[in-house]
Design a protein around this ligand. Structure first.
Ligand code: ADP
Ligand code: MG
Length: 615
């Protein structure tokens, strides 16, 4: 509880004691009024003040106005204890609300905890702490045990266990040693690490995540927009209805003014829409927070709405369902040595970030003089073209070879074939193979239990490879040998094919599939392996690259929406019931207060469930 909330609690308690005292004091007339005005002022002065101030600003109809009108009215009709009690309970509800919102903010803030405060950098042989912003790419920083890793980089020296829980929800720490990548926001648990920084702070993983989370509330879900609009029309409508209720029946039926004014006041108390106004955004907020605890970053409440209705999930293959780490199976050179062919391919690929390129460089494993390679062109979905030692080298698939008019020959080994051509002459091929991610099959199966009707894989890889993976994972549909543009066409086709209600999600690593990510109803990107473009284009980012998190995300989205709907239906139903009873003269002021506060508290408690991401 913060200071403001503590003061409010103090006011509530003081007012409650004073109210009990006022009820016990046997005063009459003006003295009795004064005795009740004291607890009323203690607990409600700020509401009255806000109501007056809002009227001065031309914003008449808000909940402060409703409460002020109802309670001042009750004083006029002589219901002093009721007037104080209405204000008292209203403030209890408000306090509860601010506490609940504070709690969810805090758990989102615990994610914000990943923001590093400083980096240790070596200057003239001593360590100095500097702002992470001041560290340049290529600088070496030192991370002691227990410190947060401030910037993305590669380990130069030392080995340690790294806790990635804040980013990925993964509870097991990861072992790192020289040569491994580390990402900012993780905690270095055991050893001293010297790390060479690979990205400036503004570009670092942690800066990107914080940016995402901070902006996520800006994108409001439909249900949230509905509530805002609803409140705008609702309050004036209620005030007018109350006015009519106070005036019309006595005029038409004659007499009984006090009774109808009283009913109108009760009507006002009941109609306060706070339960809805606060609990709906709080639920979405909770859902986003709960997802982020699992390493799933959702860029806005609206995406939870779409995700909950997802019926088709389309996957990219490389890096999404498979690890994107290829092993070289065989090297078949035409008229050079195996080592020479691998060197040519690795050099040609040296400037690309494609998983195939990374793997070939890894297989080559040697340093080389960067000036040997120039004029690099990436041909997405096909391969690369580059000048190596003054010769033009093309490395890629069958399509690329056909495009440049080189006659190639197929390989009997199953796997992804990288053909190499030098100055338009075929030089041989390298067959590489990738493994499916350990949770991929389970991820596909889990989607079915979350109501996903169809799972599809799109890949630029060869037919044999694509179909083998699809079969192994139990996917419903597979389309192979696609260029990036063909993937967009396929997704568009699937979009027209599916039912009106169901939504389509595309999951990719963003290496040449960013256009598809934005074309789908909802784009999900692999955050760790994925490219920056993917994280930008996607609506949801999986920090740990695990496809099984998609089903988790859908489950959280469904739960959040269920809570939102429960709250809307429950609050409206109780309000409607008590409104009718109040207008009919059956419900009294006390019941009205309890109905209002009770509904708010229950709705808020229900909304807080969204924050719990487990179960
Ligand atoms: P996926 O659809 O599985 O993510 P891509 O669209 O990135 O795959 O690539 C499709 C195919 O194009 C690859 O299987 C490979 O044959 C070829 N290819 C793409 N990029 C490269 C590259 N850098 N080097 C060699 N071959 C490549
Ligand atoms: Mg890809």
């Amino acid at each position: 509880m913060n200071k403001k909330q503590k003061i409010m609690l103090g006011r509530i308690l003081a007012s409650a004691v004073l109210l009990v005292g006022a009820v016990l004091v046997p005063a009459t007339g003006a003295v009795r009024l004064a005795v009740f005005l004291v607890p009323y002022a203690v607990v409600g002065w700020d509401i009255l003040w806000k109501a007056v101030r809002n009227i001065a600003h031309g914003q008449v109809f808000d909940e402060n106005f409703l409460m002020a009108l109802a309670t001042v009215g009750a004083f006029f009709t002589g219901e002093y204890p009721e007037a104080v009690a209405v204000m008292l309970f209203y403030q209890v509800g408000e306090l509860f609300q601010s506490y609940a919102v504070g709690r969810s903010r805090k758990s989102i803030a615990s994610l914000m905890d990943i923001r590093p405060d400083y980096a240790n950098i070596e200057r003239d042989g001593t360590l100095v702490q500097v702002d992470p912003d001041e560290v340049a790419v290529g600088d070496a920083i030192v991370i002691k045990a227990g410190e947060k890793i401030p910037l993305d980089g590669v380990v130069l020296e030392g080995s340690s266990m790294v806790d990635t829980a804040a980013l990925t929800g993964e509870s097991l720490p990861r072992a790192v040693q020289p040569g491994d990548d580390v990402i900012s926001g993780c905690i270095n648990q055991s050893g001293l690490l010297r790390v060479q920084v690979t990205k400036a702070f503004g570009e670092s993983t942690v800066a990107k995540i914080l940016d995402l989370v901070e902006n996520s509330s800006a994108k409001k879900a439909k249900a949230e927009n509905f509530i805002t609009k609803f409140a705008r029309y609702y309050t004036p409508a209620v005030v007018i209805a109350a006015l009519l209720l106070a005036v019309l029946p006595p005029l038409v039926l004659g007499g009984g003014w006090a009774d109808w004014v009283h009913r109108a006041l009760i009507f006002l108390v009941i109609s306060c829409p706070c339960a809805l106004v606060i609990s709906v955004p709080l639920s979405f907020f909770g859902g986003i927070g709960g997802a982020s605890k699992q390493g799933i970053l959702v860029k806005g409440g609206n995406y939870l709405e779409v995700l909950a209705r997802t019926e088709t999930v389309v996957f990219d293959k490389t890096g999404t369902l498979t690890k994107g780490v290829f092993n070289v199976t065989v090297i078949h050179p035409d008229d050079c040595s195996e080592a020479q062919l691998l060197e040519l391919a690795a050099l040609a690929e040296s400037y690309s970030d494609h998983p195939i390129s990374r793997s070939l460089k890894e297989a080559y494993g040697k340093e080389f003089d960067a000036s040997r390679v120039s004029g690099v062109e990436e041909l997405s979905g096909r391969g690369v073209r580059a000048m190596v030692d003054g010769r033009q080298v093309c490395a890629g698939n069958d399509k690329l070879m056909e495009e440049i008019g080189v006659s190639w020959h197929p390989c009997h080994h199953v796997g992804t074939t990288v053909h190499v051509a030098v100055d338009g002459v075929y030089a041989g091929h390298i067959v590489i193979s990738d493994e499916v991610k350990p949770d991929a099959a389970q991820a596909v199966a889990a989607l079915k239990t979350q109501g996903v009707q169809k799972t599809v894989m799109l890949t630029g890889d060869a037919k044999a490879v694509g179909e083998a993976v699809a079969e192994q994972l139990g996917l419903d549909e597979v389309h192979t040998e696609l260029l990036p543009a063909d993937k967009v066409t396929q997704v568009e086709h699937l979009l027209t094919e599916k039912s009106q209600k169901g939504k389509l999600a595309f999951v990719g690593d963003g290496i040449n599939d960013a256009p598809v990510l934005s074309r789908a109803d909802i784009g999900i990107a692999m955050g760790a392996m994925g490219s920056d473009a993917a994280i930008e284009a996607a609506d949801i980012v999986l920090m740990d690259d695990k496809p099984s998190k998609i089903a988790t995300a859908i489950r959280i989205a469904k739960k959040t929406l269920r809570i939102v709907h429960q709250n809307i239906v429950f609050a409206l139903a109780v309000k409607a019931l008590v409104l009718v009873l109040g207008a009919a003269g059956v419900a009294n002021m006390w019941e009205a207060v309890f109905a209002d506060v009770g509904v708010s508290v229950l709705a808020i408690l229900n909304a807080m469930r969204a924050l719990k991401s487990k179960d």
